[in-house]
Design a binder for this molecule. Structure first.
Ligand code: HEM
Length: 148
């Protein structure tokens, strides 16, 4: 019981850290930013990355560890599998912005760098998916979508 509550607590806080860092990145992004600003974005993006790793490892533990419910409860639930699939898509969408921030942060800190519009759209799509996933989470936690 205690372990499950603790893992869920960490699961929720890592979601807050992910959404918080993504919203911060989106607010700080402009059509052109300095390399110093890119360095700051890259640091916020690192928080996003670490929080995502924690969320996935805790999520997988809740799933495969049979901590609260047996693993089959999730393995045979198409809504749960869709949830994990959507979060994998969020992960894939996050790669290009991360690489762009790291590749362009070094050099003259005052130099301006153009931000491709695709990066804005990737962040927005990530946020949209992150706002949909909790609906799927609430449904699957109550057994909706179970086909076992
Ligand atoms: C690989 C990624 C993930 C895995 C493996 C995973 C796994 C899980 C598991 C096993 C539970 C426990 C469900 C239960 O109580 O029966 C859970 C709960 C939850 N997850 Fe995730 N999760 C992942 C990503 C996410 C993401 C990205 C979000 C939100 C953006 C999220 C939101 C939630 C919520 C809100 C609950 C609580 C549902 C409820 O009790 O109503 N999860 N997750």
């Amino acid at each position: 019981m205690t372990l499950e509550i603790f893992l869920r607590y960490v699961h929720f806080n890592s979601i807050f850290a992910i959404v918080g860092s993504l919203v911060s990145e989106h607010l700080l992004l402009k059509k052109e930013v300095t390399r110093a600003e890119l360095d700051r974005l890259s640091k916020i993006d690192a928080v996003y990355g670490i929080a995502a790793l924690i969320l996935v490892s805790v999520g997988l533990t809740l799933w495969l560890g049979s901590i609260g419910k047996p693993a089959i409860y999730y393995t045979k639930n198409w809504i749960f599998l869709t949830k994990v699939g959507l979060f994998s898509l969020v992960g894939i969408l996050s790669i290009y912005p991360t690489v762009f921030f790291i590749k362009n942060r070094n050099g003259d800190p005052d130099e301006l760098v153009k931000i491709p519009s695709s990066i804005f759209w990737m962040l927005r799509l990530e946020l949209l998916l992150l706002f949909v996933i909790p609906l799927l989470a609430g449904l699957m936690a109550r057994g909706v979508g179970f086909f076992g």
